[in-house]
Design a binder for this molecule. Structure first.
Ligand SMILES: Cc1cc2nc3c(=O)[nH]c(=O)nc-3n(C[C@H](O)[C@H](O)[C@H](O)COP(=O)(O)OP(=O)(O)OC[C@H]3O[C@@H](n4cnc5c(N)ncnc54)[C@H](O)[C@@H]3O)c2cc1C
Length: 439
């Protein structure tokens, strides 16, 4: 039938492209629609090691990634007041080949993913904004802005922050207590830091400031992505984006001095009000993945990992529905994604309670077991129930995503016991449980 596919995917970001590549490889006819055309700008450059096995499964192995993207060996947290740098390494930058994960220029990375989906048989429709769909019965009807209609047996919503179906069905709940505004730009010719830091470009560095944080993400082309994320109270009214950016950067004086001498590469951009949860992630003929299913503050770089891993898990579930009518697979998918989100969400909440995160991340106490547990979460292994910190975070947060008051009291209690969590030597996260392709 003309314009009919087994599966239609709306959105060709990392979530949509990975889901498409995996389902096309299983023999399904897949159409992917995107309202934009690649290459297109997107924020979200820092990946996690836990995504690598999924990328490898669609042909982006370590060697491929190393040829195109900047190796990332861990996450560093810098406290500019105490001038203290805490390094959580996934591997030593001197000896890991390929690197455990990467910082990517999203224009390039997302284009590569689209090409892989296409090579695996997906039909890609760009400049095709989907404006309506009938998800309650099959065939599902999808209409784009030009009025063209497509049909499918199952639809995957991968529309990112547009969260098309969650908004349509009223399932989107905002999480107002996280970062409210991000302002960012790209810089080149950044002078070296005053204290020698030979491995700066091998890490993602977060500067912790009052009311928010700053990301410093070196990229393969020599540029660096720098962004500030501010809580609502820290956003200064009547400042333009550049002023807002530098007002925050000033809180990290060394970085401020360096950026003042660097070359600015783009207009300042902003993203706001981006943290939300979707309580219902599926229906009989549709499923939500990636940001379309929910998004947390980007402090722990969880976005692309959750997009890719939800795509892989949703591909299994959609396959089970189309092969066996197994709707339980969709329920399991939602339970899996909610479990992962709870871990990252509890971590983000701790981060925004500054004293607690200082206890947790900057503590001088040595507790190698807990340090290894932190690194494993920072690497994205959030389904590993042998991780003692995941057990603690899971029990600290109620099963449904709670309101902020409820979370704060739960976290306060738990963080008293977390005060002894502290750094140790660089570790490889052996607690890892890579996604195996099926449950
Ligand atoms: C300030 C900020 C910083 C971030 N930093 C990081 C980071 O360092 N690391 C990280 O992992 N994540 C980061 N993220 C999150 C990351 O950007 C997202 O989680 C990730 O891009 C989600 O992928 P996705 O495939 O779900 O959606 P997207 O990548 O957003 O793709 C969605 C696609 O859907 C298309 N679309 C939308 N509506 C329609 C429609 N109606 N019809 C057709 N197409 C449509 C869009 O054009 C888009 O191409 C950050 C986010 C923010 C806001």
């Amino acid at each position: 039938m003309k314009n009919h596919s087994d599966i239609a995917i709306i959105g060709c970001g990392p979530g949509g492209a990975v889901a498409g590549a995996l389902l096309a490889a299983r023999g399904y006819s897949v159409s992917i629609f995107d309202r934009q055309q690649h290459p297109r700008h997107h924020i979200g450059e820092s990946l996690l090691p836990a995504s690598m096995s999924i990328l490898q499964s669609i042909g982006m192995d370590g060697a491929y990634m190393q040829a195109h993207h900047q190796g990332k060996f861990g996450a560093r947290f810098f406290d500019p007041v105490a001038e203290r740098l805490e390094v959580f390494g996934f591997a030593l930058p001197t000896d890991a080949t390929p690197p455990p994960t990467f910082n990517v220029i999203r224009e390039i990375f997302d284009l590569q993913l689209r090409d892989i989906a296409q090579q695996r048989g997906c039909r890609i429709h760009e400049n095709s904004a989907i404006v309506s769909l009938t998800e309650k019965q099959t065939p599902v009807q999808i209409q784009d802005r030009s009025g063209e209609t497509h049909t499918c047996d199952f639809v995957i919503d991968a529309t990112g922050q547009a969260a098309m179906m969650a908004r349509k069905l009223g399932h989107q709940e905002m999480l107002p207590d996280f970062g409210r505004l991000a302002v960012y730009n790209y810089f080149s010719n950044i002078p070296a830091p005053e204290s020698a830091d030979p491995f700066e470009r091998q890490y993602l560095t977060m500067h912790i400031i009052d009311g928010g944080w700053i990301w410093f993400i070196p990229l393969r082309d020599g540029s660096t992505s720098v962004g500030v994320v501010l809580k609502r109270a820290a956003v200064q009214k009547n400042l333009d984006l550049q002023q807002q950016f530098f007002a925050a950067i000033q809180q990290s004086p060394c970085l401020h001095r360096r950026l003042a001498q660097a070359t600015v590469l783009a207009p300042y951009r902003a993203a706001g009000d981006y943290s939300y949860h979707c309580g219902q992630k599926f229906g009989p003929h549709h499923v939500l993945i990636g940001d379309a299913a929910g998004f947390l503050d980007p402090i722990f770089s969880s976005g692309v990992h959750l997009a890719i891993s939800s795509a892989a898990r949703a591909a299994d579930a959609v396959d089970a529905v189309l092969q066996r009518g197994d709707q339980g697979a969709l329920r399991q998918y939602q339970a899996d994604m909610d479990a992962a989100t709870r871990v990252f969400q509890a971590f983000v909440e701790r981060f925004y309670q500054r004293d607690l995160i200082r206890n947790l991340f900057f503590s001088s106490d040595k507790n190698p077991v807990m340090r290894k547990a932190i690194i494993s979460i920072l690497a994205g292994y959030v389904w590993d129930l042998t991780n003692p910190l995941i057990q603690m975070l899971q029990s600290a947060v109620p099963k449904t995503i709670p309101d902020s008051d409820c979370v704060e009291s739960a976290q306060c209690e738990k963080d008293e016991s977390a005060a002894s969590i502290s750094p140790a030597a660089e570790l490889t996260p052996t607690l890892a449980t890579p996604y195996a392709g099926s449950r």
